[in-house]
Design a protein around this ligand. Structure first.
Ligand code: ADP
Ligand code: MG
Length: 313
């Protein structure tokens, strides 16, 4: 299972043009070819959607006079289609270029994928995940009244909408994904952490929330019984004392060491913390090994010569 950060598609300093998207997806496609060349035969991919969902919400807001805005869950589904399409198209072509299509791999498919969360998850009464653009305090007051949004000051400045970030419980489409993977398909699933739904009287209802993509990736990886979870982001290693002069990259740590560092607060909530948590859960749930490294060094991370490796004790 390889998880690509949302920043994999829209890099720092880029405008996020169509060309940027195709170029960045190529990097992800190269990682897939590398994985096949290293002998991996069951490959599942997932991706973040933070920047994309932000952009979509802004488009909807700006176009409110032209067409009614969609809800958060629909926006999430739209990003799965958007990034899923770009990924499958790019990976398809990269596999064809290397003569791997129809040979070692049947093809690539992207799934519109829902993830179950618990309606009594404490996150619903304490929304923490910042989404969309930044507003002034006056604009925020107006939006909270008019749209019923929950809004908070972002530590980076300005006011932003906050939504709950509940823990993923189960991947609704996991059996379909498993069938595809076991039959030689590369599957893109659980994009943006999956579309959150809650169970109500045997029915599934959509909720306005955002699931962390790293935690959702772990749920799917565990359900599929894959051996290795690889999280590709924009830092080379997980660091101790990150952002201080004592910062030190971790090359290898056991799951027990990871838990100790996590408790000591080395990993920032909302960025590195969920990645390390996902790694810990993956191994505690039977996974072999987790790796966290830089997308641009994907080949080396897959070979195990770059990035942080989290192992069993
Ligand atoms: P992604 O889109 O890949 O999920 P995130 O921004 O959520 O990316 O997480 C990656 C970021 O985590 C890095 O850019 C880095 O700034 C931050 N980070 C926080 N704590 C650490 C740490 N201990 N070691 C490395 N990076 C960290
Ligand atoms: Mg993230």
């Amino acid at each position: 299972m390889i998880a690509f950060g949302g920043n994999a598609f829209q890099r720092k300093g880029e405008k996020g043009t169509v060309e940027n998207y195709w170029k960045n997806a190529r990097q992800a496609a190269k990682a897939v070819v590398e994985a096949i060349n290293l002998g991996f035969r069951k490959i599942v991919l997932t991706h973040g959607n933070g920047p994309q969902v932000g952009v979509l919400l802004e488009w909807m807001e700006k176009g409110e006079d032209v067409a009614p805005p969609m809800s958060m869950d629909i926006a999430g589904a739209m990003t799965q289609g958007w990034l899923g399409y770009i990924l499958v198209q790019t990976i398809h072509n990269e596999l064809a270029r290397h003569g791997l299509l129809g040979n070692k791999v049947k093809g690539v498919v992207a799934i519109v994928n829902r993830v179950l969360v618990d309606k009594s998850d404490p996150a619903f009464s304490n929304p923490t995940k910042y989404i969309g653009r930044y507003y002034t305090a006056e604009e925020a007051a107006k939006l909270m009244k008019e749209k019923g949004w929950e809004m908070r000051p972002d530590p980076r400045g300005g006011w932003r909408r906050v939504v709950p970030s509940p823990d993923p419980i189960d991947n609704i489409e996991k059996e379909a994904i498993k069938t595809l993977v076991e039959n030689g398909w590369i599957v893109v699933a659980s994009g943006g952490g999956g579309i959150p739904v809650v169970a109500n009287d045997g029915m599934l209802e959509s909720v306005e929330a955002v699931i962390d993509k790293d935690l959702a990736a772990e749920k799917l990886a565990t359900a599929l019984g894959v051996g290795i979870l690889v999280i590709l982001t924009d830092v080379d290693y997980v660091y101790l004392n990150y952002g201080t002069p004592q910062a030190k990259p971790i090359h290898r740590m056991t799951v027990t060491e990871a838990k100790k560092y996590l408790a000591e607060g080395h990993f920032k909530p909302g960025s590195m913390e969920p990645k390390v948590k996902a790694a810990i859960r993956f191994i505690d749930n039977g996974g072999l090994e987790a790796r966290i490294g830089h997308l641009d060094k994907a080949a080396d991370v897959l070979k195990g010569v770059s990035g942080t490796i989290i192992t069993r004790d």
